[in-house]
Design a protein around this ligand. Structure first.
Ligand code: GZL
Length: 342
């Protein structure tokens, strides 16, 4: 039974009318040509062809290795599926994503998909999409909205779980230490779901033992430069720090540069735990400069294509689709690196 909401029923009506129109023209063409079956049958039956679907995608930006891999995979998947993908890069600015979504509404695309740079401030523009009968799919990052009819589905990671996995490794790594363990946290973009949730999950796990002390926590905005700049400052003000927990590999790689510039050995004098598992992060892990990485997969393209096809066909889609992910130690990184796609 189809979920009934503004976007879905509006969309279905629009597509049904389009399919009916195509069917009528096809039937007329077959009659006029006197041929039975062949060409027109395809158009007269079945849902909208992939070649007729147009999707508008509003990407966060190009801030990290993860984002680059995510963009590449989405563009590849839609090309493979023969579905037109209109793409925009918001340079990590919410106002640019909102502009892009409004542009897709004006162009009357069939589906809008995007990765919200931050959790809040989307209801108005998503209501505009809903009123225009254009379904929206969230990928990678979530929105914090009371109205779940504003989007069809969320496809991405469980960021709280990722934070917990990072915390679990830290608890095990320092199980025998009774002295305080001083931690610097490099946060992702302020207000972004992965930053909020990775901090929450990590705090929940290490909070069970008061020896773990987050002595400083500051955003590096998910970039390598941001991670380096913040790590440099926080290392100066916290000379006794034991570990850096970075919400993504890129900020962790920036922290490595800061640690080395301070004459210390990353991975030994100061341990590092990050999230993502992109190639540069995995290389640093294999080299012993990072100690543990929690994977966050950017390869969402094929699953997003599948959701788009179902939405256009008026089929039901799951409201929340969580990606499968693992973790890597230094030894596992050495093994896994040759096979990594990104
Ligand atoms: C997580 C994604 C985050 C990555 C960062 O799904 O939103 O944004 O962890 C990226 O590398 O910048």
């Amino acid at each position: 039974m189809r979920r009934v909401n503004g976007a879905r029923s509006g969309t279905t009506r629009k597509h049904a009318a389009r399919v009916a129109g195509i069917a009528a023209v096809a039937a007329l063409a077959v009659t006029l040509s006197g041929c039975a079956g062949g060409g027109g049958d395809q158009a007269a039956s079945g849902p909208k062809d992939a070649g007729d679907i147009v999707v508008g995608f509003a990407q966060v930006g190009a801030e990290s290795g993860w984002r680059t891999a995510n963009t590449k995979d989405i563009q590849r998947a839609f090309k493979d599926a023969g579905i037109e993908l209109k793409f925009s890069d918001a340079q990590q600015k919410q106002e640019n994503q909102i502009k892009a979504i409004r542009s897709y509404i004006t162009q009357q695309v069939d589906v809008i998909a995007f990765s919200p740079v931050v959790e809040t401030g989307w209801d108005a523009v998503l209501k505009e999409a809903k009123d225009a009968g254009i379904p929206v799919v969230l990928t990678d990052r979530a929105v914090d909205s009371e109205d779940e009819t504003l989007y069809e589905s969320f496809l991405g990671s469980d960021f709280i779980e990722e934070g917990k996995k990072a915390g679990q490794w830290v608890v095990e790594e320092y199980a025998d230490q009774t002295e305080p363990v001083e931690i610097i946290q490099l946060e992702g973009t302020t207000g972004a779901a992965p930053a909020i949730d990775r901090a929450e999950g990590f705090a929940e796990v290490i909070g069970a033992d008061e020896k773990f002390q987050v002595v400083a926590s500051q955003t590096g905005d998910f970039t390598r430069a941001g991670g380096k700049q913040v790590a440099e400052a926080l290392l100066k003000s916290n000379p006794g720090v034991d570990l850096i927990y970075a919400h993504n590999d890129d900020m962790g790689l920036g922290a490595i540069e800061a640690i080395e510039a301070a004459g210390m050995v990353p991975g030994q004098d100061i341990k590092i735990v990050t999230v993502d598992a992109v190639k540069d992060g995995m290389t640093a892990l294999a080299e012993g400069k990072i100690n543990f990485i929690v994977e966050c997969s950017p390869l969402l393209g094929d699953q997003l294509v599948d959701i788009v096809k179902k939405v256009v066909a008026g089929e039901d889609v799951e409201k929340r689709i969580i990606t499968e992910e693992t973790t890597f130690t230094q030894e596992q990184a050495v093994e896994a690196l040759p096979e990594r796609q990104y």
